[in-house]
Design a protein around this ligand. Structure first.
Ligand code: DXP
Ligand SMILES: NCC(=O)COP(=O)(O)O
Length: 249
């Protein structure tokens, strides 16, 4: 059987900025974290420029776009403000995510099945600018089919429900993700996954052969407080490789 393609690790540096913003200064610097992530073997950097700028700032995005050699995956809501910022910086990819100011973190996937009329011209402008478009969606076939029809090249499957579930519930969520990853491949969509992944939850998702990128941040930054960012990332990379090679937990 052909081996599964290389599984890329996108490191999300949002919560380095959360710590920085706690005091309103310049330390710790998310761009320095991105450099360390690159040195630790990350394949890409993900940063979520939220409408409320609770963590990543416009200046962070400008510096990441200018200074970091890794592909930048800019997460953003589908708003005119964010479209202008994306077109100005032209990152490797934009991942469209739903946002609510009152949420602590991203709660569900982008409902592209409902919002497709508004999303279509938005996605077209990004694609025409040469930016890869990823849609952050729940692992449901209808969302994938509409994502494809909208011209997105990538879907990122929301793994939050899987990470929060336990026992049989987690097994059921993993089955949803596995099925959705197979549908994505059948539709010709590049399949990523992310949200809430940790050392404890990553391997079953990493073992799905049609998933080609994991975006992981909050856990890596939290673990970095205890062991350092490079060690945290290298540990996650090792688990991903073990999963891909079929080595048990
Ligand atoms: C879309 C997603 O799951 C995360 O990448 C997103 O960045 C979560 O939002 P916070 O980083 O603000 O928790
Ligand atoms: N899109 C998921 C992501 O970038 C990281 O999510 P998390 O690991 O911070 O929950």
């Amino acid at each position: 059987m052909a081996s599964a393609p290389h599984l890329r690790l996108g490191v999300n540096i949002d919560h380095v900025a959360t710590i920085r913003n706690a005091r309103g200064g310049r330390h710790p610097d998310p761009v320095r974290a991105a450099r360390l992530a690159a040195a630790a073997g990350a394949d890409g950097i993900t940063a979520h420029l939220r409408e409320d700028r609770r963590h990543i700032s416009d200046d962070d995005i400008s510096r990441l776009a200018r200074e970091i050699d890794l592909p930048l995956n800019l997460e953003m809501a589908a708003t005119d403000e964010m479209l202008a910022i994306a077109l100005a910086h032209r990152p490797h990819a934009c991942c469209l995510v739903p946002e609510k100011r009152e949420e602590k973190t991203t709660e569900g996937g982008l409902d592209v099945a409902v919002g497709h009329r508004l999303l279509a011209p938005f996605i077209r402008q990004l694609v025409d600018a040469g930016i890869r478009v990823s849609l952050f969606v729940d692992p449901e076939e209808v969302q994938l089919a509409v994502a494809k029809a909208l011209g997105a090249q990538v879907v990122e499957l929301h793994t939050g429900a899987y990470c929060e579930a336990e026992g049989a519930g987690r097994a059921a969520e993993l089955a949803r993700i596995t099925r959705a990853a197979a549908v994505a491949e059948r539709l010709g969509l590049e399949c990523h996954a992310g949200h809430g992944l940790s050392f404890e939850t990553v391997k079953p998702v990493a073992a799905i052969p049609t998933v080609v990128e994991l975006n992981i941040g909050h856990f890596l930054v939290g673990e970095a407080i205890f062991v350092g960012l490079e060690t945290s990332i290298r540990h996650m990379r090792r688990l991903m490789d073990e999963a891909r090679e079929g080595r048990a937990a």
